[in-house]
Design a protein. Sequence first.
Length: 279
Amino acid sequence: MPALACRTLTYAAGLALMLATAAGAQTSDLVSKTAFRVCADPANAPMSMEDGSGYENRLAELIAEKLELPVTYTWFPMATGFIRQTLRANRCDVVMAYAQGHELVLNTNHYMTSVYTLIVPNGGDLAGVERLSDPALQGKRIGIIAGSPPATHMARNGLIGTAKPYNLNVDRRVESPTEDMLDDLAGGEIDAAILWGPIGGPLVKQGHPGMKVIPLLKEELPPRLFFRITMGVRLGDKVWQRKLNSLIRRNQDEINAILIEAGVPLVADMGDRMLDATE
């Protein structure tokens, strides 16, 4: 090989190594070494709350304890611009709950899998329903978050015409569609409610003991109604991602205990059965 070509290749290899090392250092340096900095919605009951009462707050406290760091928060409504104004602005280092595969963040390994649920009065004529194709739902007024995956299933089964939609993108400091939906169910304005399990399950456990939460595990057609939930970190923050992956793996039992105590319906990774408490 000519000497010039050899020197060129050596220089290129050295430059690539230098850039890779610099990039790694840059992303690692963005993560605080003095606090576990969480990006969160201040009024996203039952998950994150500024008063610390949400189960995501408890998850954050668990991870911070393992890191031997205090928890600090950057509060911002979970709506358009949330990631841009928090994680990407380097004001915080982790979002405690983000659906697996979302392109705005780098996902950790998932720490839970959950599913959409049908919520009905306990002991009523809908208490035995397990799927949205059940004839018992025909003509019933069902609450649904507009644009959420179960809406497609409702349309397929002829349930949209009588449905009551609730807004998806809101500032939860001034509006709470999920709690409004359950209040409407309790008041008889709707006959059933469909909510994401990690929201509906805990809200029912906290304030609606007369309601039954039915995980929708038997829907066979798309879109799927179960999702794996991860922590979200900045794109490129691979060192931080791996550290959190290790913490999730080593503390999964404690994570599950927090979620189960909160009332989150945990399902197997393929969304086909409820997760056994010992798994």
